[in-house]
Design a protein around this ligand. Structure first.
Ligand SMILES: *[C@@H]1O[C@H](CO)[C@@H](O)[C@H](O)[C@H]1NC(C)=O
Ligand SMILES: *[C@@H]1O[C@H](CO)[C@@H](O)[C@H](O)[C@H]1NC(C)=O
Length: 178
């Protein structure tokens, strides 16, 4: 089901990219980056916004328990005025273990994934062993799909190992036209 959905999305994205390929790149400014990890999974996790334009994200996790499953739920909400409520733009659930091991290149998910892992020691297969995992200078500006409108963003990412929630991430920011 996931791959049918992805294929469909790939075609839509291709069309959108063809329509927008001359459009200027946009900037992303992060205002808030929060991570909550279950205490049995990590004694220390740091999530911070960095860069001169607040456009990059940094993450460090000292993983204390091996992870053999990474069910991932991502929800992106948007609003066009800082005073309006956020509305769900889209959400997706996927198997994180499959994504890190057999990522199909050239898709929206792979572009995002590559932006996240570029300066990281992200393991490339499950189970994820204990130890320090870091992601430095995550910049998703270039990977940001054109179909996401210039707006205020609220991103929620929840990770589950088997049925258990182990990590919740929330991000708030703004997409700015250059
Ligand atoms: C993540 O959020 C859900 C729902 O708000 C909550 O039930 C769960 O305990 C949270 N998990 C962590 C690791 O904080
Ligand atoms: C992250 O970016 C900053 C500023 O551009 C740079 O000084 C630093 O070396 C970068 N770190 C890594 C790990 O790429």
């Amino acid at each position: 089901m996931f791959s049918t959905w992805l294929n469909c999305l790939r075609i839509i994205l291709l069309l959108i990219h063809l329509l927008h390929y001359t459009e200027a790149k946009r900037h992303l400014r992060w205002e808030c980056f929060d991570c909550n990890i279950g205490p049995q999974f990590s004694d220390k996790m740091k999530c911070s916004v960095g860069g001169t334009r607040n456009s990059v994200l940094n993450v460090e996790i000292n993983l204390q328990e091996e992870l053999d499953a990474i069910k991932t739920y991502v929800k992106i909400s948007t609003r066009f005025k800082s005073t309006s409520p956020y509305r769900k733009f889209f959400d997706i659930t996927f198997d994180g273990c499959r994504v890190i091991s057999d990522m199909v290149q050239g898709t929206m998910v792979s572009n995002m994934f590559n932006a996240v892992v570029r300066s990281s020691n992200q393991p490339r297969k499950c189970p994820i062993k204990k130890g320090l995992i870091y992601y430095h200078n995550i910049s998703i500006e270039e990977a940001l799909p054109m179909f996401v409108p210039s707006s205020y963003l609220f991103i929620q990412v929840d990770f589950f190992s088997k049925r258990q929630s182990y990590l919740n991430v929330t991000l708030r920011g703004e997409i700015l036209d250059k």
